[in-house]
Design a protein around this ligand. Structure first.
Ligand SMILES: Nc1ncnc2c1ncn2[C@@H]1O[C@H](COP(=O)(O)OP(=O)(O)OP(=O)(O)O)[C@@H](O)[C@H]1O
Length: 666
């Protein structure tokens, strides 16, 4: 069959006659149905290329055009690696920095920012808090997202209902689980991920492989419920899906079939069969249609799979060529373009951030959730507490009853330095758990569950009591076994310095995690920064001997270990006297003299000033974290906005539409 013949036959396929249940009539310029609140998404000539390394300029998506409408579900299908996730990311404004995007994506006819809290996105990986039960995970999410106007019991009811709809009632009180302990299954995790995103009935929902890990019955029920939501609540749903059963396939309104980033077919799912048949690739009667489409266009396993087709081409590569050419000439494509053009001028709802809970509610709920997570996670603090206790027992026995001899000056210096450097350094052990928290934070942030400041405050509040335990118990063991300066006030000060130092390392690791999210790279970076600070704190190389002035001052003054050292030393030495061996032991040397002459410390101000500087730095580190996260959230959409300029004809059409929303511009 020549391509002209294919074109003629394709023109006979009438869009509206056989389109799926969700197809609605279009009126000129305005879409009927969900105008009040729905989000219309259109994309035209959308290109995505890799922009990093060897792959730079590799085309991932090649000029795609399509749309998604409220009340409908668009399924994206294609062989593995064809660009399904990339298309979802591009539409959701979440492409990573290793890619470049061109063409344009419009929401309600306008270029609006979708990233950071405006759409719900269920990613391929299930990033959930492993220590929570299913009920807790969904309930905390509900509290974070649902409006304050809903009562507690209404929220609970919504949670229970959503959990049941996803078939998770049996697993409600089972912990999600992760690497350390086994919890619910992979398929159940998938459904929990969907639960937390559909709670608020988001206007726009992206689902990347929602049914992976589910059996066919569960897949059908989950997709059926999602489609119910689309129809009932006017949600716009775009789902990439691998291998739907024929029942699931029948639920979709539109289908976007991709191969190597190119459109093989975009149109009503119900017309796909005819499209394939018309081009010489009819679906055998006993085969699942979606299996057939994917086998026909899968170049990775050519030859055999096309046996029996009536087309001239028996290879997938040839089949793809025929289908792409035929689609370009078809009236299905023209209809898609017409609808995309219609939607350019449509007027719909503004893109808003999703969480409707107040800032205070977010802070309270996040603090509670984070506290429970830290409490239940053995690796977060309990293991550290045990290791710290063991280490402090070693310190205590090794430096037991240190005394007040001349030699005890050096021994006191060593034990305090060890505590200030290594005991603090070990706080880095919380990083792996924190990286997991950050992954959850990123997912929830992108989905608009809460504010960054709420996360920062809650993290600080929930970790504070745990860190206090880790500092006080081991510190007391070391302090009293060694026999450091007597007096409860001295011990309390000592524990406060250790506590502040631990808070500082946590803050530092939060900053590192916001820049280097990878766990190994983060540990290396965090360790490197701390080692540099310890080295420049004026102990290994005494302050007066440090290179002057260029090298000395910045690091010496920035390193928090300097202030921690000074605080420990002042707390310990001031008020003590030691026999002066150089003077034959007859005279004594005071603690102040030791600090000034021996360690060249700044004794002109009180130890409380050092402690205040440490707590000041604790706040500074948290604020820095906040600034970095907020800045990174702003930079990404700005870069995207520059690349995502609509062509001239779009600007002309949009000129008649309403004013730009949410900082958007036409
Ligand atoms: N930042 C990037 N740099 C280079 N190549 C990329 C980048 N992002 C995606 N790709 C490549 O683009 C192709 C499409 O990736 P994508 O994850 O979108 O495929 P997919 O259809 O979702 O695959 P699967 O079904 O297996 O999840 C892959 O070959 C992938 O390696």
């Amino acid at each position: 069959m020549s391509s002209t013949e294919v074109k003629v036959e394709m023109e006979e396929l009438c869009w509206n006659a056989t389109a799926g249940g969700g197809d609605r009539p279009l009126e000129h310029g305005v879409l009927s149905g969900w105008e009040e609140g729905g989000l219309y998404l259109t994309w035209e000539d959308l290109w995505v290329t890799a922009s990093n390394g060897k792959d730079s300029s590799r085309v991932i998506l090649a000029g795609l055009t399509g749309y998604a409408r409220p009340g409908e579900v668009l399924a994206i299908m294609g062989p593995s690696g064809c660009g399904k996730s990339t298309l979802l990311d591009a539409l959701a404004g979440r492409l990573d920095s290793g890619t470049k995007q061109s063409g344009h994506v419009l929401v309600n006819g306008w270029r609006q920012r979708l990233a950071f809290g405006t759409s719900a996105y269920v990613t391929q990986d299930d990033i959930l808090m492993t220590t929570l039960t299913v009920r807790e995970a969904v309930y905390y999410s509900a509290q974070l997202q649902l409006p304050n106007s809903m009562t507690k019991s209404e929220k609970k009811e919504r949670v229970e209902m959503t959990i049941r709809e996803m078939g998770l009632q049996e697993a409600m009180d089972t912990r999600i689980g992760g690497q350390v302990f086994k919890g619910i299954s992979g398929g159940q995790k998938r459904r929990v991920s969907i639960c937390v995103e559909i709670l608020t009935r988001p206007k726009l929902l992206f689902l990347d492989e929602p049914t992976s890990g589910l059996d066919s019955a569960a897949s059908y029920h989950v997709m059926n419920r999602i489609i119910d939501l689309a129809r009932h609540d006017g949600m716009t749903i775009i789902a990439s899906i691998h291998q739907p059963s024929s029942e699931v396939f029948e639920l979709f309104d539109n289908l976007c079939l991709l191969s190597s980033g190119k459109t093989v077919y975009f149109g009503p799912a119900s017309l796909t069969n005819e499209f394939f048949a018309q081009n010489g690739f009819p679906c055998p009667s006993l085969r699942n249609p979606s299996d057939h489409y994917l086998r026909t266009i899968n170049k990775d396993f050519d030859e055999e799979i096309l046996k029996g087709c009536s087309s001239q081409s028996k290879t997938a590569a040839g089949a793809i060529d025929i289908l792409i050419k035929s689609y370009k000439l078809s009236n299905i494509r023209q209809e898609v373009e017409r609808r995309v053009a219609e939607m350019r001028g449509s007027e719909g709802a503004a893109v808003k951030t999703r969480s409707q809970a107040s800032f205070t509610t977010q802070c309270i709920v996040l603090t509670k959730r984070s506290f429970i997570n830290m409490h239940r996670d053995l690796g977060y603090y309990w293991l550290r507490l045990a290791i710290y206790a063991m280490l402090c027992l070693c310190i205590g026995t090794m430096f037991y009853d240190i005394g007040h001899s001349y030699g005890s000056i050096q021994a006191r210096g060593s034990v305090l330095l060890f505590i200030s450097a290594f005991l603090t350094f070990m706080a880095i052990g919380g990083f792996p758990s924190f990286v997991e928290d950050m992954k959850i934070f990123r997912r929830e942030r992108l989905n608009g569950h809460y504010d960054v400041t709420a996360f920062m405050i809650s993290n600080m509040l929930s970790s504070a009591p745990h860190l206090a335990l880790v500092s006080i118990i081991p510190a007391a063991m070391a302090y009293y076994l060694v026999g450091l300066q007597s007096g409860v006030d001295h011990f309390i000060f000592f524990a406060l310095v250790l506590y502040a130092s631990m808070l500082l390392v946590e803050g530092l690791m939060m900053i590192v995690a916001s820049i280097v999210p990878n766990y190994l790279m983060g540990i290396i970076t965090g360790a490197g920064i701390q080692a540099t600070m310890i080295l420049s704190a004026g102990f290994f190389r005494l302050p007066n001997d440090l290179p002057k002035p260029v090298w000395r001052y910045p690091l010496y003054h920035i390193a928090f270990h300097k202030y921690a050292n000074q605080a420990y030393y002042k707390n310990e030495f001031i008020g003590l006297t030691f026999p002066n061996i150089q003077a034959g032991g007859a005279a004594t040397v005071t603690g102040e003299e030791v600090l000034k002459d021996f360690w060249q410390m700044e004794v002109g101000y009180s130890k409380w000033v050092d402690l205040a500087i440490l707590f000041g730095m604790v706040i500074l580190y948290r604020v820095l974290f906040l600034v970095i996260v907020k800045a990174s959230e702003k930079v990404k959409p700005m870069v995207r906005a520059v690349l995502n300029r609509p062509p001239k004809h779009v600007i002309q059409v949009m000129g008649k539409a309403s004013a730009p929303l949410d900082g958007a511009s036409p």
